[in-house]
Design a protein around this ligand. Structure first.
Ligand SMILES: [Fe+2]
Length: 216
């Protein structure tokens, strides 16, 4: 896996074996759009139009990951363990191999690859801003039999100094109590990083967005 900033996104097309991928032109367009910062954000119903663009213009914390998952082995099929993305929105361009799954009602469902489409994954920030109206998707990647999976993920983030808290549109304006206390984006990201660098002994001690949940 390699990670590069959005301003360096286009060269990732040249990673090993990518030239043999089935949709190089579409991939190139996707990467170019990310690099130019002109992905059209599909505002979910219930959020003000252009909301994210107005909420945070700063694209300096965005990044892209180029991911390669090797085929399943006799003892290992884990690509990425189940998790929620900690950012605003993630755009995923996946090849035809598959393996991305999303959990809904306790069941794992495949996100079936479809040509020329992007997967749009809402993250923890949207969950907090919408006061749980929109849920951060729990997802994972399961490695496949006999095939490597390639994907590109563009992480639409906030600047680290941006404060995240439920919007009045989803709280006082509709008579609901905030379900989260406010926090700085960089503080949450630092805790998520520590989950990886210093994994807690007990799974229940891993920091999730529920760390900021207000419990009555
Ligand atoms: Fe993810």
């Amino acid at each position: 896996m390699s990670m590069i900033s959005s301003s360096q996104a286009v060269p990732v097309v040249s990673i090993q074996n990518a030239a043999t991928w089935a949709l190089p032109l579409t991939v190139t367009k996707f990467l170019a759009s990310c690099a130019a910062g002109d992905i059209i954000f599909p505002t979910p119903n219930g959020l003000p139009p252009n909301f994210l663009k107005e909420y945070n213009h700063d694209r300096s914390w965005d990044f892209m990951a180029a991911l390669l998952y090797f085929p399943v082995t006799e003892t290992e099929n884990n690509g990425i363990t189940e998790h929620e993305d900690g950012n605003c929105v993630t755009f995923v361009f996946q090849d035809q191999v598959g393996g991305l799954q999303v959990r809904k009602n306790g069941e794992w469902n495949p996100v079936t690859p479809a040509q020329d489409t992007l997967v749009v994954n809402l993250g923890d920030v949207i969950q907090v801003l919408s006061n749980n109206k929109f849920k951060s998707a729990t997802h994972r990647v399961v490695r496949q039999q006999g095939k490597s999976r390639y994907s590109y993920a563009f992480f639409y983030n906030l600047h680290g100094d941006k404060r995240v808290e439920p919007l009045s549109k989803f709280t006082e304006e509709i008579g609901e109590e905030p379900k989260y206390r406010g926090f700085l984006y960089k503080d949450y990201q630092a805790m998520r990083m520590r989950n990886k660098t210093h994994p807690p002994a007990k799974p229940e001690d891993v920091i999730h967005i529920t760390h900021y949940a207000i419990t009555s």
